[in-house]
Design a protein around this ligand. Structure first.
Ligand code: SF4
Length: 481
């Protein structure tokens, strides 16, 4: 039996008369802007549970897409505001959260393996709270999951943090809703993801996401702008606006608000240098959005627009409501409006019924468009999807791998050729951090750039002269401004 939680143990300090842990704003006059110091958040109020360390610690583990990463950051923000400290070791944590992905079998296997591997830890230390969130937890699936993993305390659907926060609030005798303000990440990176639309209304036959994340729900422009303003105070210089169908933003509103309106509003935020958005759907890539990318100075000339297959027959089976011709005409419009644009796409090879001729159609699209980046996946049926129920998985594993490798080889050559055009030219680079002993940043067109400097440049916009290129990155030297 659990020992009863100790009531509010000690109050170290409060801000004003409001006993809510909140960040402190301080003005950094040298830099001429406001900086928010957040490291003191957990010192404002510490509440204890007899079951846990003081202050209590959390550990998060995330697998999957950028949306999952963004969801984890938002939960971490809530936990920090409740007085929890982060730890990098599961065995050192009082609360363990696994954010799951089931888009591919390999991801699901990883999640199941990780949940199972925590069983001995939970047995040895039953006071540890174990939570599983994300795409493994669809609507009405909690009871089945609870039967399979009885040692897990909480299952939460994507973005539905309440069940865990209620449980932790009870243990700490804390009204968490009164403590947790914005869910903007507490210690964000220089470049950070901001979800703007949740869920997906498409029903691509291969995809499990609509069943797990529900219908599209857009956040209001005011809410998004408010979050980005917080992020600027925490050092963020670039935001990537995120959605499964990001260009469908606003379609669920009564008024005519769309992604172009949101880009315009974010472009006005002082302190933000760059704006990107991910992932677009060809059906919603309107001329208004393309014009906004072309005209708004902070919006980067980089668009990810998945085609998935270069055969109309396969696209129909995938329930992707466009033809190859229509897709290519959208690319033409983007290119003629934004001549310096870089384009990336997603492709699935070996979809049920995909013949070698269909696959060659995909290779033709690659050669015609000249994408800067291609994310390729070999089809694997996901239980519960339309494809898994209706379309036999009739392309052999070997053939799928063969097509994937062939496509990747062709794309590598295209990447190399495009990147060579950067050689000898100067580009604005946003410095994101250090990697393998070099500074690492990205151009507006999303090219990774390495260069050397002894100066402290994190978060700075610098100019780099490109001196060598490869298929995946560029190298250069810093141009002294
Ligand atoms: S657009 Fe299609 S592939 Fe993308 S999340 Fe929605 S259903 Fe899945």
């Amino acid at each position: 039996m659990r020992a009863p939680a100790k009531r509010l143990a000690r109050v170290i300090g409060l801000v004003g008369s409001n006993p809510t842990p909140s960040a402190i704003i301080e003005i950094d006059h040298d830099k001429g802007n406001e900086m928010e110091t957040v490291q003191d958040l957990t010192n404002l109020i510490v509440r204890e549970s007899a079951d846990w360390q003081s202050p209590p610690r959390y550990y998060t583990w995330t697998v999957g897409c950028q949306m999952n990463k963004a969801d984890t950051e938002r939960l971490e923000s809530a936990l920090s505001q409740m007085g929890f400290l982060a730890t990098t070791t599961a065995s050192d944590a009082d609360v363990i959260v696994l954010n799951s992905c089931v888009v591919r079998q390999s991801a699901e296997d990883k999640v199941v393996g990780t949940i199972t591997s925590l069983k001995p830890l939970k047995k040895a230390k039953p006071t540890t709270v174990l939570a599983v969130m994300g795409c493994m937890v669809g609507p009405n699936q909690q009871s089945q999951l609870q039967k399979t993993f009885p040692y897990v305390d909480v299952f939460m659907q994507p973005q539905q943090y309440k069940p865990l926060l209620d449980l932790l609030g009870n243990k700490l005798d804390m009204d968490w809703e009164g403590c947790v303000g914005t869910l903007a990440p507490i210690n964000p990176e220089v470049t950070t993801y901001v979800p703007i639309i949740h869920g997906c209304d498409e029903m691509c036959s291969f995809c499990i996401i609509p069943y797990k994340r529900g219908r599209e729900v857009s956040r209001t422009i005011d809410d998004i702008v408010n979050e980005i303003e917080h992020l600027v105070l925490r050092g963020v210089r670039e935001v990537t606006l995120l959605g499964q169908t990001v260009d469908a933003y606003g379609n669920d509103f009564q008024n005519k608000t769309d992604l172009a309106d949101l880009l315009e509003a974010v472009n006005e935020i002082s302190g933000i240098d760059r704006i990107r958005f991910l992932t677009s759907h060809p059906n919603y890539m309107s001329k208004r959005i393309i014009d906004a990318v072309a005209s708004l100075p902070k919006v980067c000339e980089h668009i990810n627009i998945p085609i998935q297959a270069g055969s109309d027959r396969v696209l129909e089976q995938m329930r992707r409501p466009y033809t190859v011709q229509k897709y290519l005409s959208i690319i033409d419009t983007i290119r003629s409006t934004i001549p310096s644009v870089s384009l990336s796409t997603d492709i699935i090879v070996g979809f049920p019924g995909e013949t070698r001729t269909d696959f060659e159609g995909t290779l033709d699209v690659l050669k015609k468009v000249g994408f800067d980046k291609v994310h390729t996946a070999a089809y694997s049926p996901r239980p519960g999807t339309i494809a898994s129920r209706k379309l036999p998985d009739d392309v052999s594993k070997e053939e799928k791998q063969d097509r994937k490798h062939l496509l990747e080889d062709i794309q590598q050559t295209i990447n190399s050729k495009i990147n060579e055009t950067y050689n000898g030219n100067q580009y604005e680079v946003l410095v994101e951090g250090h990697e393998r002993g070099h500074w690492k940043g990205r151009t507006r067109t999303d090219k990774i750039v390495f260069f050397d400097s002894t100066a402290e440049l994190l978060g700075e916009l610098v100019t780099v002269n490109i001196q060598s290129t490869g298929p995946w990155s560029l190298k250069g030297s810093l141009v002294q401004n």
